[in-house]
Design a protein around this ligand. Structure first.
Ligand code: CMC
Length: 426
């Protein structure tokens, strides 16, 4: 929404000033519309997009100073406590929570698409058994466009909707297949009588030889983890999905691009790195050494699971995750050295000036790995589970973007610092 207030950009060299409207969102800070500067023949420079809103969105709101996260206006804590993952998916996708009838219809349609084309199983054979599940996910999700190329007109809402159902339904199947392939175990077909989350655990842990019943504590905990990871505004992977989508690329290719961006340790790969770090620390007595390393500018080591580009007070997801961690370990009667190290690490870091001055707090991934491990999920699958949870956020953001009449191809400019024109001397 445009306000009457304008910002003026003036130049000391006598060039005409540029007026820029201030835009007001529903909540949150004012946003300066810098589009008029293009007429003045200049660009803006903002590495890492610290001050740049790349899009309008009505899906997720974050207030990093207050530590708030809302999906479609609902606080994340309430959704994690009172909703199922598929209700949250419906909310992110359509903008409202479903009533009973709508939810049932939605769940039925999701179930209809859980299997993947049978030939996909042969596609998996091309990977090495020891490939990282995220490497396999990048390839196989991208390959969905080779298997489901009917109804792929990204300008048609009904085609987009079909692809969205296919993605949300099939990504858990692909994630579980990546694991089974890695283990040399037979793929398990989805069991559509189970809930979305229980079905994923079934595809991960069941074998054709004996029945498998998912522990309800595990189902609820994973459901909560998935809700917490479902969307997060214009983060690196979501922005990647939007950028890929801006070219008119098909949704399977866009989500594969999102998976690739998520994999990095500064983003979704952090949950795996936290566990590796806790293992490396090994004992509470070693914590001080690692804190010192994290503070040392000559050491590239960072405290994984700490810090966030947007949250400078607290990550609201981390609070829910911490509580879930204690509940799950308590209910399952598990005591781990890792939890003890994590709690001590958090306590020390929160009192340390280095972390206080830089506003570095535990993020969602600090505790999620401990919970996933307690549920029997192998560490290599942590980021794949993040990708599976985030698929709904990516695809809802993609759909919103594709319906935006102001949509343009994403094409950033640059500050060129290379050689000036020179001629070949031969
Ligand atoms: N350990 C030690 N120092 C840190 C850390 C950390 N985890 N994070 C930031 N810093 C320092 C950094 O060295 C810098 O110090 P100085 O000002 O002296 O140069 C300062 O804090 C600011 O860091 P930055 O890299 O400029 O901050 P950023 O906003 O660009 O990066 C971040 C955010 C999440 C990439 C970073 O905090 C980080 O690498 N954290 C560890 C990885 C992690 O846990 N990532 C998961 C994020 S939550 C899940 C998700 O949404 O993807």
């Amino acid at each position: 929404m445009t306000q009457n207030v304008k910002a003026t950009l003036s130049f000391s060299d006598g060039r005409p000033a540029v007026e820029m409207p201030l835009l007001k969102g529903q909540i949150g800070p004012d946003v300066m519309d810098i589009r008029p500067v293009t007429n003045a023949g200049i660009f803006t420079y903002d590495p890492g997009f610290l001050a740049t809103a790349s899009t309008k969105s009505a899906i997720t709101y974050i207030d990093g100073d207050e530590g708030l996260l809302y999906y479609r206006g609902y606080p994340i804590e309430q959704l994690a406590e009172r909703c199922s993952f598929l209700e949250t998916c419906y909310l992110l996708w359509y903008g409202e929570l479903p009533d009973k009838e709508r939810l049932e219809a939605y769940e039925t349609r999701i179930r209809k698409h859980t299997m993947v084309h049978d030939q996909m199983s042969r596609f998996f054979q091309g990977f090495r058994r020891d490939a990282h599940p995220m490497a396999v996910m990048c390839g196989t999700i991208g390959a969905l466009s080779a298997f489901y190329h009917d109804h792929l007109d990204v300008n048609l809402p009904e085609d987009r909707e079909l692809s969205m159902f296919r993605l949300v339904s099939k990504v858990p199947t692909i994630a579980a297949m990546s694991y089974k392939y890695n283990q040399g175990l037979p793929f398990m077909y989805p069991n559509n009588q189970l809930s979305y989350v229980a079905n994923f655990l079934h595809m991960m842990f069941a074998t054709p030889c004996e029945p498998y019943f998912a522990n309800p504590i595990a189902v609820r905990a994973l459901e909560r983890i998935m809700i917490l990871h479902a969307d997060h505004e214009q983060n690196a992977s979501t922005s990647t999905v939007r950028l890929a989508g801006s070219t008119g690329a098909n949704p399977f290719a866009c989500i594969a691009a999102g998976v690739a961006a998520l994999w990095g340790p500064a983003h979704g790969g952090a949950n795996e790195e936290v566990l590796k770090m806790l293992d490396e620390i090994g004992e509470v007595k070693n914590i001080d050494k690692f804190i010192a390393r994290a503070k040392d500018k000559n050491d590239s080591f960072r405290l994984m699971g700490f810090g966030h580009r947007v949250y400078k007070n607290r990550d609201p997801r981390a609070g829910v995750m911490r509580q879930t961690c204690h509940e799950v370990l308590g209910e399952m009667g598990i005591t781990t050295e890792q939890l003890e190290i994590a709690m001590r690490l958090e306590e020390i870091a929160l009192k340390d000036d280095y972390f206080i001055e830089r506003k570095l707090y535990p993020n969602v991934d600090f505790y999620s790995g401990i919970v996933l491990k307690a549920l029997g999920i192998p560490v290599k699958m942590f980021t794949a589970i993040f990708a599976m949870s985030r698929t709904i956020g990516w695809i809802s953001q993609w759909n919103e973007f594709m319906s935006d009449p102001e949509r343009k191809i994403g094409r950033p400019r640059q500050l060129y610092v290379g050689a000036a024109r020179r001629d070949l001397n031969r």
